[in-house]
Design a protein around this ligand. Structure first.
Ligand SMILES: Cc1cc2nc3c(=O)[nH]c(=O)nc-3n(C[C@H](O)[C@H](O)[C@H](O)COP(=O)(O)OP(=O)(O)OC[C@H]3O[C@@H](n4cnc5c(N)ncnc54)[C@H](O)[C@@H]3O)c2cc1C
Length: 397
């Protein structure tokens, strides 16, 4: 006889678990509080839709914190496996210059989601919208406070706590705590950071980008770009440092990052170039080093007039421009969150130790990864890994 599986949460992780569970062994039902599933997946597709990253697997795994937690899942269903699987359901991909993997030109995020949903439909997976999980009732799952559902196995894939509008509001955390499941407070990750810009600088440079920079923090170097906002900065170069920055902000009021405005040149090369250039220091920076006006203004803002005219001090600041972060931006605007279920509450196959036949996957667990396809791939790999584990478990009985 087939066993029933309830997957609660129809986001990236839940949908992928459903796609890989063996339908000869299980009747699969997905429940989501929203009327339709995959809303955060669609939001992710609004900007550049990084489905995964093409990096070599050993390096790829190191992007996750803690990498040991995600490693078995990432090795079991790799970035390359995901690309192949997407191709099999009709979604071709391409690798961009940043080595990120996108749907091929012309394929919209909604088409990717539809292809996944069509695949689930062909496997008789049932999707139930407007079903908010509200707790447990005498061994049954409780939805909308008054609807009991019985399932042999339950997979929770309830997401993190940002972009509430997509359904991922983190409200489930209290329910889990009431069952004695250890949790960790939610925190914004891959988020904007607050900086107290000087008035003169922000008036002229709000909304402007710093491109082709690198940010140094705690011996980690992150290349990319950021945008100056009224409150601080956001963008891929800072997102990648989230774990390290957050752990300093946990203990201290501030964290100082260092912007390298010219990562392709060494300090000595910059000194030589400036020496050879004409007299106006700002022009030297714009014309010889190709820094944009926002970079020049930021460098000036960090230096006394006297030091700005000193070629060596100026070159030092171009390579290591200090910027003080005073906190993280609002959690609801973060691309992802850390916190949620404490990893110690789970077995190696994501079984929740204190609950009967219940598992948790995806962003609802306390782990972190930078943007660029790593978040979606982490959720995808966990979903597939758990599905394969449950298939083997049932087949061996
Ligand atoms: C703006 C933005 C851009 C992003 N861009 C990228 C990107 O380019 N690449 C990348 O890799 N990642 C990106 N991400 C992150 C990525 O989308 C998420 O990490 C990933 O989708 C999380 O998947 P999940 O299945 O764990 O949770 P989610 O996709 O959040 O799904 C959780 C589901 O659970 C449901 N739910 C919650 N509570 C309940 C309840 N009580 N009862 C029933 N259902 C419930 C929700 O409605 C939701 O459908 C982006 C995120 C954002 C916000």
């Amino acid at each position: 006889m087939k066993k029933s599986i309830a997957i609660i949460g129809g986001g990236t992780a839940g949908l992928m678990a459903a796609a890989f569970l063996d339908t000869d062994l299980y009747n699969i039902s997905i429940y989501d509080k929203k009327s339709s599933v995959g809303r955060k997946f669609l939001v992710a597709g609004d900007g550049g839709f990084n489905l995964t990253h093409s990096e070599e697997i050993k390096k790829f795994i190191k992007r996750y914190t803690p990498s040991e937690f995600l490693e078995p899942a990432l090795r079991s269903f790799t970035n390359q496996d995901f690309i192949t699987w997407l191709g099999n359901i009709g979604i071709d991909t391409f690798i961009g210059s940043s080595h990120r993997v996108f749907p091929s030109n012309g394929i919209k995020p909604i088409q990717v989601l539809r292809a996944i949903l069509d695949f689930l439909k062909s496997r008789d997976v049932t999707i139930n919208g407007n079903m908010e999980f509200t707790g447990w009732d005498n061994g049954h799952l409780l939805f909308n406070n008054d609807l009991n559902v019985k399932a042999d196995i339950c997979i929770f894939a309830l997401g993190g706590a940002s972009w509430k509008i997509t359904g991922s509001d983190g409200k489930w955390k209290q329910l889990f705590e009431s069952k004695g499941i250890k949790t960790v407070p939610f925190k914004p990750a891959n988020c904007s950071y607050n900086i107290l810009w000087s008035r003169d600088f922000i008036i002229n440079h709000q909304g402007k980008p710093l491109k082709n920079i690198a940010i140094l923090f705690d011996n980690q170097l992150s290349k990319g770009e950021v945008v100056i906002t009224r409150q601080g900065i956001e963008g891929n170069a800072i997102y990648a440092l989230s774990s390290a920055i957050q752990s300093v902000l946990d203990k201290e009021q501030e964290a100082t990052i260092y912007i390298d405005h010219k990562p392709t040149l060494s300090y000595h090369e910059i000194v030589e170039k400036i020496k050879k250039a004409g007299r106006s220091p700002s022009r030297r920076l714009r014309e010889i080093l190709k820094l944009n006006p926002t970079q020049v203004a930021l460098i000036k803002d960090r230096m006394s007039k006297e030091n700005f005219l000193d070629i060596e001090k100026l070159s030092e600041t171009i390579k290591k421009c200090p910027v003080v972060i005073t906190g993280a931006g609002p959690i609801d605007e973060a691309i992802s969150t850390t916190g949620g279920i404490d990893r110690d509450s789970l077995s190696l196959s994501y079984k929740i130790s204190v609950l009967h036949n219940s598992y948790a996957i995806g962003e609802m667990i306390d782990w972190n990864a930078p943007t660029g396809g790593y978040l979606i791939q982490g959720c995808v790999s966990m979903g597939v890994y758990l599905a394969r584990h449950l298939n083997i478990l049932r087949a061996s009985k």
